[in-house]
Ligand binder design. Structure first.
Ligand SMILES: C[S@@+](CC[C@H](N)C(=O)[O-])C[C@H]1O[C@@H](n2cnc3c(N)ncnc32)[C@H](O)[C@@H]1O
Length: 207
């Protein structure tokens, strides 16, 4: 495997030195897209937020700023991501506003029916079975809770399909595929948005 391919594979589960480099880059690299995604959040006043596949923790931090009344639980299955997200958010963690923990979205060990908002930025490409993982998200949300997915890829753009071939286990999903998996997992009232000039998508679903 070429060095670039080895590096780009770190997006799926950052590990070791290359993983640290990847996570450092993700916080800045995804910020603009993540903020575009967050601009579609409905008027909500969440008290409990789950940020899933949190990577370096920048988006967990941003959610904590946008919803100062909320407690944010940031989850990732990569030790490297958890370490970076913890360091990035150390003040919020110290003040009791955030917890960063290691966990897999395919088997979430979070209290059921407890979260008002769950978010997933640039991560569902790697989730092992959309329907099964979305059902896990559904399980932790309260009735009426919101799940927001934000992806850089709409599942058809050339750049991402190129990465799909290079990154083991990556799958670029179309909005239709995401919406269908959300419905099967028990979500209703789904709204989807496509960026006017980029392949970015945001899908917002209610439990
Ligand atoms: C491309 S990074 C995106 C990180 C961050 N959300 C962002 O937008 O910058 C994907 C992250 O999802 C995490 N991830 C992938 N599959 C996961 C799973 N099944 N459970 C928990 N985290 C997962 C990876 O470890 C990685 O940190």
């Amino acid at each position: 495997m070429g060095l670039y391919k080895i590096f780009i594979n770190q997006t799926r589960k950052p590990e070791g030195v290359l993983g640290k480099m990847m996570v450092n880059g993700m916080n800045g690299g995804h910020a603009k897209m993540a903020d575009w995604g967050m601009s579609h959040l409905p008027e909500v006043s969440p008290l409990q937020i789950a940020e899933l596949g949190c990577g370096g923790g920048r988006n967990a931090g941003e959610l904590s700023i946008r919803y100062p009344q909320a407690k944010v639980v940031a989850v990732d299955y990569s030790e490297v991501s958890v370490a970076k997200a913890t360091e990035y958010n150390k003040e919020k963690i110290a003040s009791g506003k955030m917890i960063v923990q290691q966990g897999d979205v395919s088997n979430l060990r979070l209290p059921e029916e407890s979260f008002d908002l769950a978010t997933a930025f640039e991560t569902i490409y790697f989730w092992p079975g959309l329907e099964k993982c979305f059902a896990q998200v559904n399980k932790i949300l309260r009735s009426g809770g919101v799940f927001m997915i934000v992806n850089e890829s709409d599942g058809t753009d050339e750049a991402s399909l190129k990465y799909e071939k290079m990154i083991d286990g990556m799958k670029c999903h179309t909005v239709e595929k995401i919406e269908s998996a959300l419905r099967s997992a028990g979500f209703s009232e789904i709204a989807s948005y496509h960026h006017e000039s980029k392949p970015w998508i945001t899908v917002v679903a209610y439990k």
